[in-house]
Design a protein around this ligand. Structure first.
Ligand code: AMP
Length: 459
């Protein structure tokens, strides 16, 4: 999972990108990078850690230019190697470009092996690098049905060719000396939006919360299969591939990943997340004294559950915001430690009470087991653990960092065994139909639910 951002026609392009990445920080905390073009040269600054750690005022001032892209990384394909920090930069016979990618390619290993056999040298282990090689090697003419603008005749056919070869999830921003390009894969797995501010700068972002921070207005989503070019001649859209009738938008973005103040896939995350909680309340009624959210991820589902059931919402667990997300640390021992650092029960709220604890998802079961244990120690009388999504049974190959099947508790244990493992009095997961219905309430259709069903749209 990652976040991408792009800006065109802004004298403070690097500062804008810094702000955009800051708003997208929840999408990845391992590393950050910005690439800027002054119209002739592309310069980059990359680093490990949070956006505010990587970039100081001096760095941003040195990154001069009106066009920029940026990336926050949360390692999936390629692991947490510093060589994989994006944007990736390349120079080839057609000029220079930088690329930042959210999503995962499913055939990157195959393509890479083939390219390596042909003599290609890779500098990272990121799947994104195959794009660079495919672009540089592409020889096929563009599809005959596409009329290219004169500014697009050299580079765009290379992108179209690369898109034909890769499979999987990609929401991309590409920076050229004088162009910003945004691309979304034909299934539209990951979100990507276009915005504009009052001074005529254009922005591309994974989520609209990154448009808000730069005071830009949301114009529209980049459509599945679209290649959008922005340069001095204006905005141009191309659809080089035939794409499926129905997109396969990642439903987990609504369940967990996207920020609740974002509009993604043309809908508000806040409302859908709350609707998931309401649906949960209709599906599973509990006689309880209060509803306690696992902050922050379970907050809106708990609010929806509380409104629908009439059981009061209480903040029975306090979150310490000075530690990163537990899951996000790739190593198990660090993850174990940070669960304890993150949440603490409020004894006055939970002591002697029958409580409904709500989180958005249960993956390995580590977090929930610890939460139940802490709440018991704090005196809770009954603990009903509810999830606003179905059991996660299959890894994601499209960019969400889910562990292997062996580590997914629901892939290996029955619901009753999981209940016993986490130590709750009862355990209930939102049904698949309930989750999809909640997301569809706002005219949403065409979701990828592979992590809950094992039904992969493309491999
Ligand atoms: P676990 O302890 O593995 O069951 O983790 C469950 C917790 O991780 C829940 O609080 C979720 O909100 C959160 N979570 C679920 N999926 C992810 C993910 N891909 N990255 C980070 N956190 C996640």
């Amino acid at each position: 999972m990652c976040g991408v951002f792009g800006v065109f026609n802004n004298t403070s392009a690097s500062h804008m990108t810094f702000l955009g990445l800051h708003a997208l920080q929840h999408r990845g905390q391992e590393s950050a990078g910005i690439a800027v073009s002054d119209g002739y040269d592309i310069n980059l600054k990359l680093g490990e850690g949070l956006v505010t750690k990587v970039f100081k005022e001096k760095d941003l001032n040195e990154l001069k230019g009106d066009i920029a892209i940026g990336h926050v990384r949360y390692s999936t394909a390629g692991g947490s190697d510093p060589k994989n920090i994006q944007p990736l930069f390349a120079h080839f016979y057609g000029g220079s470009f930088a690329i930042a990618h959210n999503g995962n390619l499913t055939n990157a290993t195959e393509i890479r092996e083939q390219l390596e056999k042909e003599g290609a040298i890779f500098r990272s282990t990121a799947d994104t690098e195959v794009f660079i090689h495919l672009i540089a090697k592409e020889k096929e003419p563009p599809p005959s049905h596409i009329m290219l603008h004169k500014n697009d005749r050299d580079f765009l056919p290379l992108i179209f060719g690369a898109m034909k070869k890769v499979r999987g999830a990609y929401s991309l921003v590409i920076l050229r000396e004088k162009q910003l390009i945004a691309i979304r894969d034909p299934f539209g797995f990951r979100p990507l939006v276009l915005g504009k501010n009052r001074s005529g700068s254009f922005f591309i972002a994974s989520e609209t919360c990154a448009l808000d921070i730069v005071d830009a207005e949301y114009l529209r989503d980049i459509k599945p299969g679209e290649v959008l070019v922005i340069d001095d001649a204006g905005l141009r859209s191309y659809f080089p591939l035939s794409y499926p009738e129905e997109p396969k938008k990642c439903i987990f973005e609504f369940v967990y990943f996207a920020r609740p103040d974002s509009l993604i896939f043309q809908d508000w995350v806040y409302e859908i997340r709350k609707e998931m909680g309401r649906t949960l309340a209709r599906e599973y009624k509990v006689d309880a004294d209060c509803v306690v959210p696992v902050l922050d991820s379970g907050l809106l589902a708990a609010k929806g559950y509380s409104e629908e059931s009439g059981i009061p919402l209480e903040i029975g667990l306090i979150r310490n915001h000075y530690v990163g997300r537990s899951f996000i640390q790739p190593k198990q021992e660090i993850r174990d430690l940070s669960v304890r650092l993150k949440l603490n029960p409020v004894r006055q709220v939970v002591e002697g009470k029958r409580i409904v604890v709500i989180d958005d998802s249960l993956v390995r079961g580590t977090t929930s087991k610890k939460i139940v244990n802490m709440l018991r120690k704090a005196g809770a009388k009954e603990i009903h653990f509810l999830l606003s999504s179905p059991p996660v049974i299959s890894p994601c190959y499209y960019g969400i960092d889910t562990p292997t099947k062996e580590e997914l508790i629901a892939a290996n244990k029955t619901i009753e065994e999981i209940r016993e493992y986490i130590g709750a009095d009862s355990l209930y997961y939102l049904s698949l139909e309930g989750m999809i219905e909640a997301a569809n309430k706002h005219r949403q259709k065409g979701f990828c639910t592979a992590c809950f069903t094992g039904d992969y749209p493309v491999l």
